[in-house]
Design a protein around this ligand. Structure first.
Ligand code: FAD
Ligand code: NAP
Length: 523
């Protein structure tokens, strides 16, 4: 470690004087004193967490290899380097969400004086949309490859598995095998969509792996699952004019604050999304017309239903890709029933093997979480740093038509931990200024702060349903890290007119029973 630290110091001093190639040769010489391994670090999985860890490690002087391989989806969809977020997750999802918001804005623009074609003529061109989205993804794939090459990170486009605790075998596209050894190994293989075990699921249904590059307009769609992915996809499809139905097994957005989740689904319902509550799919059958007949069961009433759809989108959660890793050969045995890795500090039971990102048990499956944990891990392994990932108070946003952003505890969780009597919940409905002119029916723009009752009322959770919720919550997430209280919030001067300022205006408690509806835009 000391040698590496010295290398980093020296490297920083001499960097301006010598070429990049020279630096890497120097790095190899210095790091090779660590043993007879091909690499100081091998990362299995070139997604958010794996790439962040690899880049940080190489910056710290380590010799690094990254293996990344995408097994095609049951429908045959495959993609390039960069993992879920870039190819079939956050990025294409956000772009499609934006496409949906723009469609709504076109209609609202009329109220602002814009002359646009009649509503019936405003349509989405699915092929043009997917082409733009895929072009952007391909450019990111390309930049990622170039970045790895520039950083002298060895990229191996092969499916990795353990041969022994320090050896990985990569099976390349053409079936050839490549073996490499590494002093440290990071498992960052992420996950893939889970399919329910019902007839027709694998044959006829698509998942988030397929929707962003679907070769034809999805048409009338049933979405199975009411988590993040289910609601986000149903939301953008419906807003684009593809009728969407959601099968909800228990409750939408289970684990989130349920009052906020209801605001989200109320808004979606108002916009035309259908929700079938307490329903699970039974079968999917392909009709001669090419359409799909879906049967489902209402588990509360034990009643069966069926309907015909153009697309069935499965969004029933994701499983970790650990089975194919041959973890037994490495001696890694901290695997949970769900196939995830249990590693509190990202270190497995085999000290030189680590895991980051979605593959970890009980950690938020979010890109910035994987990235931050990966970077901190590299600093601990290659620079002697001590800082560990703090998985508490990670902010998140569900990109539904009316977005829901939150950080900290839900009201339910806070009540469970501290008791209702010890809490104060401040809440308000609000009307975004920009919604006044189109005279939107605004019923679900709502926010709340869950705080301790005792002064200075430390805030435990902040929740916001409304436009640009992610942008609103991000800053407050930093404030949460600093221990923000209701006193701080109430003494913060707002930025007017924004939706974020609504947090600074909170003053009505649920306990008071007062009406949380706004009196006017500037009250
Ligand atoms: P991944 O990014 O999944 O990368 C793992 C990589 O390893 C993949 O490329 C995989 O093919 C490869 N791999 C697997 N096994 C092997 C092997 N044996 N050998 C070689 N390579 C292998 N998060 C957010 O923060 N915000 C969002 O808005 C958001 N939206 C999302 C929307 C959707 C539809 C989905 C599916 C996810 C979304 N997420 C979002 C979650 C986010 O994408 C993940 O949390 C993040 O990508 C996890 O990163 P990771 O590094 O753990 O794994
Ligand atoms: P999820 O949030 O866990 O939701 C899965 C949904 O499928 C739940 O509603 C679940 O119902 C339902 N379900 C599970 N098995 C089912 C079955 N057999 N039949 C019917 N319904 C079933 O998973 P996800 O939506 O796939 O998302 C995965 C992860 O990706 C998320 O946890 C999130 O971290 C990440 N992600 C993040 C974002 C974002 O940041 N905006 C967006 C998308 C994804 P129950 O509640 O009854 O179990």
């Amino acid at each position: 470690m000391t040698i590496l630290n010295n290398f980093v110091r020296i490297n920083n001093l001499i960097k301006p004087l010598i070429s990049t190639d020279r630096v890497v040769i120097l790095a190899r010489r210095t790091a090779s004193t660590h043993g007879n391994f091909d690499y100081d670090l091998a990362v299995i999985g070139g997604g958010s967490g794996g790439l962040a860890c690899a880049k940080e490690a190489v910056n710290l002087g380590a010799r690094v290899a990254v293996l990344d391989y995408v097994t095609p989806s049951p429908q045959g969809t495959k993609w390039g380097l960069g993992g879920t977020c870039v190819n079939v997750g956050c990025i294409p999802k956000k772009l499609m969400h934006q496409a949906a918001l723009l469609g709504e804005s076109i209609h609202e623009a009329v109220a602002y004086g814009w002359q646009v074609p009649a509503a019936s003529e405003v349509k989405i061109d699915w092929a043009a949309l997917t082409e733009s989205v895929q072009n952007h993804i391909k450019s990111v794939n390309w930049v990622t490859r170039v970045d790895l090459r520039d950083k002298k990170i060895e990229y191996i486009n092969g499916l990795g598995e353990f041969k022994d605790p320090h050896t990985i075998v990569a099976t390349m596209k053409n079936g050839t095998k490549k073996e490499l050894t590494a002093k440290n190994i990071v498992i960052a293989v992420g996950g893939r969509p889970h399919y329910p075990e019902i007839p027709g699921a694998l044959e006829y249904c698509i998942s988030s792996d397929d929707i962003f590059s679907l070769g034809h307009p999805p048409g009338k769609t049933v979405v199975v699952g009411a988590g993040y992915i289910g609601l986000e996809c149903a939301g953008f499809l419906n807003s684009m004019g593809y009728p969407a139905t959601v099968l909800v097994r228990s409750v939408p957005l289970r684990g989130f604050d349920q009052q906020m989740a209801r605001m989200v689904t109320n808004e979606m319902e108002q916009r035309g999304v259908k929700f079938c509550h307490k329903c699970v799919p039974l079968s999917v059958e392909k009709l001669e017309s090419g359409q799909l007949k879906v049967r489902w069961l209402n588990t509360e009433e034990q009643q069966q239903f069926e309907d015909v759809f153009d697309t069935v989108l499965i969004a029933t959660g994701r499983y970790a890709l650990t089975k194919q890793l041959n973890l037994e050969a490495a001696g890694v045995n901290c695997i949970t029933e769900s196939g995830k890795i249990l590693a509190a500090t990202e270190q497995t039971n085999v000290p030189h093997i680590y895991a980051v990102g979605d593959v970890l048990e009980a950690r938020p499956e979010l890109t910035p979480v994987a990235i931050h944990a990966g970077r901190l891990l590299a600093r601990r392994v290659f620079a002697g740093a001590q800082q560990h990932m703090d998985y508490d108070n990670v902010a998140t946003t569900v990109f539904t038509p009316l977005e829901y952003g939150c950080v900290g505890l839900s009201e339910e969780e806070a009540t469970k931990r501290f008791g209702a009597d010890n809490l104060e919940v401040y809440h308000a409905y609000y009307k975004p200024t920009e919604f006044f002119i189109p005279q939107r029916n605004i019923k679900n723009c709502y926010l709340k702060a869950v705080a301790m009752r005792e002064a200075p009322q430390k805030i435990l959770g902040l929740h916001f349903v409304g436009p640009v919720a992610g942008e609103v919550i991000q800053g407050f997430a930093a404030a949460m890290k600093c221990g923000i209280t209701m006193e701080h919030l109430m003494n913060t001067v707002g930025i007017h007119p924004t939706v974020a300022e609504e947090f600074t205006r909170l003053n009505i408690t649920k306990r008071s029973g007062k009406d949380p509806n706004p009196a006017s835009c500037c009250s």
